[in-house]
Design a protein around this ligand. Sequence first.
Ligand code: UD1
Length: 423
Amino acid sequence: MQKMVIQGGVALRGEVAVSGSKNASLPCLMASILTDEPVILRNVPRLRDIRTTLELLERLGVESRWIGPHEIELHAATMRSHEAPYELVKTMRASFFVLGPLIARLGRARVSTPGGCAIGARPVNLHISGIRALGARVQLRHGYVEAHAERLVGARLWLDNPSVGATENIMMAAVRARGATVIENAAREPEIQDLARMLNAMGARVSGAGTHVIHIEGVERLHGVEHCVIPDRIEAGSFMIAAAITGGDVTVSNAPAGHLDAVTTKLREAGIVVEPAGEGLRVHRNGPLRPVELRTLPYPGFPTDLQAQMTALLTQAEGTSVITETIFENRFMHALELVRMGADIVMKGPTAIVRGPARLSGAPVMATDLRASMGLILAGLVAENTTELDRIYHLDRGYESLDEKLRKLGARIERSGGGAAAA
Ligand code: UD1
């Protein structure tokens, strides 16, 4: 099993380019099911989750090939299967997002339910009630969601909470439904807007993506498309925090500044300088790090996917920070590992009280999920001596060439041990 070995103490300097967004790429890849014409996606990161999605699509009958370092061509000329098996859905929950496109294209879908997850229960009830509202007959049998519909029919529906995945799933189902669909209390994440852009370029009629109310006028068929995926705001935010925690000076090029307002605001509150630099952001620090209070919220609030990284940063602030997680109930596993490295963190329900500045010392630590892993890497960058992060397959799911990119900024980080690296 591979590990990441980090020698802390280097202030990161230089420029790093952000890759395409993982969370935008996944639904865009799945949207290729909606047409029998070729689809070309650009700016797709080479990640384990992308490979898993391509494997799933291939089983369903979608042919794909890389036509450039980050360009992929997909063709769902004829579908072979309507089933997303448990062995794939359990390794990547987002596999569940094929439910909508499958039922839109084939009138039926059999998709394994994802089950539990390290960061919380993560149910899929909103996905299912959305597909039902569009007229599908849905049964849960043997751990699979089985859905049927001759043709979906547009409907007005309201989400209990603005789930990103449910919004995407329902959008992909509704684009080929008969009549109009309105999704109220929809998620507003930039990844939703990117998917809508792609669907509209395929001939769909989606409006309001990026607001709480999305309107979809169903169409008979969708055609092929070339679409460029947006840059990864979570990767960009992670590098911004890496610059901040090490007291370095990093230009994060290709960073989607407009998608990072909440992150920029909190970093500035913490005493970090964030300024526009060409097509990106320059991040550096002049004085001490100040404590902040923050709550994770749906977009445009502070993203839960940067909470672990921010927790690591605030262990270094001069004073007490308060971080509340409101999206996932169990997303503080990294806090226990940070405490093992010397952090002073007390948990009170969904809130972490972080007292700094803590002198972190390197330790063997274990990753529990993708973003927690990044939080521990950041802690390792400022810890004394050596930090060894185990289970780095989590990182390879979502950060493209992370160690290479950090090394270019001066970090002392290496992979050790056997096993294959990411895609
Ligand atoms: C997506 C992102 C993930 C991010 C999350 C929240 C992808 C591939 N993943 O995940 O990185 O952390 O958004 O920004 O884009 N919920 C329900 N019922 C449902 C669906 C969700 O109760 O049917 C709840 C979840 O338990 C959670 C909240 O809604 O508490 C938000 O989850 P959701 O937005 O659906 O996250 P994902 O789409 O899975």
